[in-house]
Design a protein around this ligand. Structure first.
Ligand SMILES: *Cc1c(COP(=O)(O)O)cnc(C)c1O
Length: 455
C-alpha cells in the first residue's frame, strides 16, 4: 500500500546535499561558451578571473564534472535554514477540486525570503577563501542583495550593492535589511561609476534596470583592489548552487515513491528553475526518464517565448562576457507598470540550451493572472508568495484544473521560490484594482534584438 503523504515532507539534516549536480556534464549539446567581448573568443579562466572569484570562474567553465563537492563551511550554513520543506498542497487541491497531487518546494524560509541565499553563501565563501576584501553586486527587487548581505556578514566580507533605482525608492525596508547586515546600498544608475554617469546622461530620469546595475557593480569591482563581482542569477555557477533545491526535492519525493509528471518553475534568469529541474533534466538527457517541465515567465518580459537564441551582452553597459541565450536584447526594459519581478532580458545558457533541445516548454503569463493566483494561494495555503514565485503557482493551478477535466491524477511539482512581504506595493496595486497588463509589440522586441552583437 502506498504510504500516506504528510503535509510537509522533511528531510533529515544529514540529507542536505553535500555535492551540487552539474547537468552540463550530462548534456549532449553543451551550452555555448561565454565569449570575451574584446576578442570574440571563448572566455578562459584568465579572462574571467579579474571579474569573478577564481573558484567560481572555474565552476563557470566546468562542463565535465557532474558532481562538485560543497565545502563543509557552506553545508554548515545550509543547516541554518535547510533542508527546505516539500509541501503537499492538500488545501489547494481540495479548493480546486482536482484529482492532481500538487507539491511545492518552499525556499522562502530564511530572512532574505528566497532561494537566492543558496548561491549567495557559496559565492561569499569562495571570495573569503581567496582572501578578498569584498564583493559588489546588483539587486533588482532586493532579494539577491539581501541574501548576499547576509552571506557576507557571516564571512565578514564587505558588500556593496547597486540597487535598481525604482526598487530602492519603492522598497525602503529592503534597503534597511541589507544595511542591517552591513551592506552599502547605492541606487542605480548612480553618479559613482563611469557607466552610471553615462546612462544617466543618455536617459535622464531613468528608474534603472538590472542590466545597468550589473554594469555599475562590475565597474566598481574592477576598480577596487581586492574586490570581485558576484551575480545572483543567469550564470551557470549560480544554477549549479541552486541544484540543492532539485536534489532535496527529488530525495523527498523518492521517500514516498512519488514520480512527478509535471515540474514547474518561474524563470527570471533561470537559476531556481535550473536548480529545481537539474536532477530531473539530467535523467532526461541521459535518456532514463521523461518529465514535462514548464518554465513560466511574465508576458511583459518573455525571453524564452518570444526572444531569440543568440549571443548577447549580459548587461546594459556591455562589459560582461557575451552569453548565448534566449534574449530580448540587453537594452530591453519591461514596461514601468510591470510589478512582478523576473525582469532580466536573457536566460541562463543551460536553461536556454535545454529549452532549445526540447527538454522543457515555456509559457508567458499576464501579471493580473499571476496576482490572482498569488492571492488565492495566500488565502488557501497560508504563505504570502513572492510575485515571481506566483508565476509558477499560476501555471500549477492551470495544470491542476486541466487534470480536473481529464480526471488524471498527475503529480505536479512547482518551486515556491520565496515570500512577498517586500512586494506589498505590487499587491496594493492588485488589491486596488489598478494593476494593468502589458504585452510588448513584435516591433518593440525586434528593435531591442537589433542591438545584439553580431557574432
Ligand atoms: C530572483 C528571484 C526569482 C528569479 O530568479 P531566477 O534566477 O530565475 O530563479 C524568482 N523568485 C524569487 C523569489 C526571486 O527572488
Amino acid at each position: 500500500m502506498a504510504k500516506e503523504i504528510p503535509y510537509k515532507i522533511y528531510l533529515e539534516e544529514s540529507e542536505i546535499p553535500t555535492r551540487w549536480y552539474n547537468v552540463r556534464a550530462d548534456m549532449k549539446n553543451k551550452p555555448a561558451p561565454l565569449l570575451n567581448p574584446a576578442t570574440g573568443k571563448p572566455c578562459t579562466l584568465e579572462d574571467l578571473e579579474p571579474v569573478f572569484c577564481r573558484e567560481l570562474a572555474k565552476q563557470e567553465l566546468n562542463d565535465t564534472d557532474a558532481w562538485i563537492d560543497i565545502p563543509k563551511e557552506i553545508v554548515d550554513f545550509y543547516k541554518m535554514y535547510r533542508p527546505a520543506p516539500l509541501v503537499r498542497a492538500y488545501c489547494l487541491e481540495k479548493e480546486l477540486d482536482t484529482p492532481a497531487h500538487i507539491y511545492y518546494k518552499f525556499e522562502g524560509n530564511n530572512t532574505s525570503g528566497s532561494h537566492k541565499l543558496n548561491s549567495a553563501i557559496a559565492q561569499a565563501y569562495y571570495a573569503k577563501e581567496q582572501g578578498l576584501k569584498g564583493v559588489t553586486t546588483e539587486t533588482g527587487a532586493g532579494q539577491w542583495g539581501t541574501a548576499l548581505s547576509m552571506a557576507c556578514s557571516y564571512f565578514d566580507l564587505d558588500c556593496q550593492v547597486y540597487m535598481v533605482k525604482v526598487s530602492y525608492e519603492q522598497k525602503p525596508f529592503r534597503r534597511e535589511v541589507m544595511r542591517t547586515y552591513g551592506a552599502k546600498v547605492t541606487p542605480s544608475p548612480s553618479m559613482e561609476t563611469e557607466v552610471g554617469r553615462k546612462i544617466n546622461a543618455e536617459f535622464p530620469g531613468t528608474t534603472g534596470s538590472l542590466g545597468c546595475a550589473i554594469s555599475e557593480a562590475v565597474e566598481a569591482a574592477t576598480k577596487q583592489e581586492g574586490y570581485r563581482y558576484v551575480l545572483g542569477s543567469v550564470l551557470s555557477q549560480v544554477l549549479l548552487h541552486q541544484t540543492v533545491i532539485g536534489l532535496e526535492t527529488k530525495a523527498a519525493l523518492d521517500k514516498y515513491d512519488v514520480v512527478p509528471d509535471i515540474i514547474i518553475g518561474c524563470a527570471g534568469g533561470g537559476s531556481n528553475l535550473g536548480g529545481l529541474i537539474s536532477p530531473f533534466a539530467g535523467e532526461m538527457v541521459r535518456g532514463e526518464k521523461n518529465y514535462q517541465i514548464i518554465a513560466v515567465e511574465p508576458m511583459s518580459c518573455p525571453s524564452l517565448t518570444r526572444g531569440s537564441y543568440v549571443y548577447d551582452f549580459c548587461d546594459t553597459g556591455k562589459v560582461c562576457p557575451l552569453a548565448k541565450m534566449y534574449t530580448l536584447g540587453s537594452g530591453y526594459i519591461p514596461a514601468p507598470n510591470h510589478a512582478g519581478g523576473l525582469r532580466y532580458h536573457g536566460m541562463s545558457s543551460i536553461v536556454s540550451q535545454l529549452y532549445d533541445d526540447g527538454y522543457l516548454e515555456a509559457r508567458s503569463v499576464k501579471q493580473t493572472d499571476v496576482f490572482e493566483a498569488a492571492q488565492k494561494f495566500a488565502r488557501i495555503e497560508g504563505i504570502l508568495p513572492a510575485p515571481e514565485s506566483s508565476h509558477a503557482i499560476k501555471v500549477a493551478i492551470d495544470e491542476a484544473l486541466k487534470c480536473k477535466e481529464t480526471g488524471e491524477a498527475k503529480n505536479i511539482v512547482f518551486g515556491l521560490t520565496g515570500t512577498g512581504y517586500f512586494d506589498m506595493v505590487a499587491y496594493q496595486k492588485f488589491n486596488d484594482g489598478v494593476m494593468e497588463d502589458y504585452c510588448p509589440s513584435d516591433e518593440e522586441i525586434q528593435a531591442s534584438l537589433a542591438n545584439c552583437p553580431k557574432v
